[in-house]
Design a protein around this ligand. Structure first.
Ligand code: HPA
Length: 273
């Protein structure tokens, strides 16, 4: 707990007020930060006990500010398990958010489409998640200060916010998809056989993030909202080779719509609270 409090005390000294909404910016959504006002930007490397990105050129900043006049904390650059962090490091910021008073966490990501009705460039609201092939981030002695040992996972993604999001996405993109996000550890994309198996298991999209963060948020009682950008159809769905460049290119094309969705959503959350 001591290390968490050191981090929290540092941030409280740096920032005058504490937002109740945090957002983790997934691939291609980093420029949301440009729409924020009254920004206080803090590099991860300057925050005591925060994990530090080892990947050259990787953004790693926590930004406090206002979006549509609503105070938010944005995390530009997240920690992935495939980079070599352990799961405690991957989810360290979530517990910091809790201690800062955050009540709602918006998780965004890029993922491959498994559902055959999906198309590259679609936005999908995450209704539920699958993570059979990864160890739980809560493995080990329970951190009682944050939550209980055994956690009900019936509603990881807040049902009220899912309903609020549906018309927002429909108005902006013309359609509204919901689905199940399957977590794979990466860094390889999946094989076609894995994708077939995930489809049978009930997955609509597959990616390498979000689930550890959502589990820790659920454990400590932060409401979660998840939005996925389908940047490509998953392996074997189309006769295509997957590349990170293609993923980034699609994410870039969707960026403006995605940013509008987040702006509207943040205003709605603010009205509700
Ligand atoms: N698989 C896993 N992660 C991803 C994908 C994918 O197809 N696309 C973007 N992130």
């Amino acid at each position: 707990m001591k290390e968490f409090l050191e981090t929290v005390n540092f941030l409280k000294k740096e920032v005058a007020y504490m937002p109740k909404i945090a957002i983790i910016l997934g691939s291609g959504l980093g420029s949301l930060v440009d729409l924020m006002e009254d920004k206080k930007v803090i590099s991860y490397q300057d925050i005591p006990n925060f994990p530090v990105s080892t990947v050259p050129g990787h953004k790693g900043e926590l930004i406090f500010g206002r979006l549509n006049n609503v105070p938010i904390i944005a995390m530009n650059g997240r920690f992935h398990y495939y980079e070599g962090y352990d799961l405690k490091e991957v989810t360290y910021p979530i517990r910091i958010f809790k201690l800062l008073g955050v009540e709602t966490l918006i998780l965004t990501n890029a993922a491959g489409g498994i559902n055959l009705e999906f198309q590259k460039g679609d936005l999908m609201i995450i209704e539920d998640q699958l993570s059979f092939f990864a160890e739980s981030v809560l493995r080990g002695p329970n951190q009682e200060e944050f939550g209980e040992r055994f956690i009900d996972m019936s509603n990881v993604y807040d049902k009220d916010y899912i309903e609020i999001l549906k018309p927002i996405i429909k108005n902006i993109t013309g359609k509204c998809l919901t689905g199940v996000y399957a977590y794979m550890k990466g860094p390889t994309y999946e094989t076609p056989a894995e994708i077939k198996a995930l489809r049978v298991l009930g997955a609509d999209a597959v990616g390498m993030s979000t689930v550890p963060e959502a589990v820790v948020a659920k454990h400590c009682g932060i409401k979660c909202i998840g939005i996925t950008c389908i940047t490509n159809m998953a392996a074997g769905v189309k006769n295509e080779i997957l590349t990170h460049e293609d993923v980034k290119e699609t994410a870039k094309k969707v960026e403006n719509n995605f940013k509008m969705v987040i702006q509207k959503l943040v205003s709605k959350i603010n009205e509700k609270n």
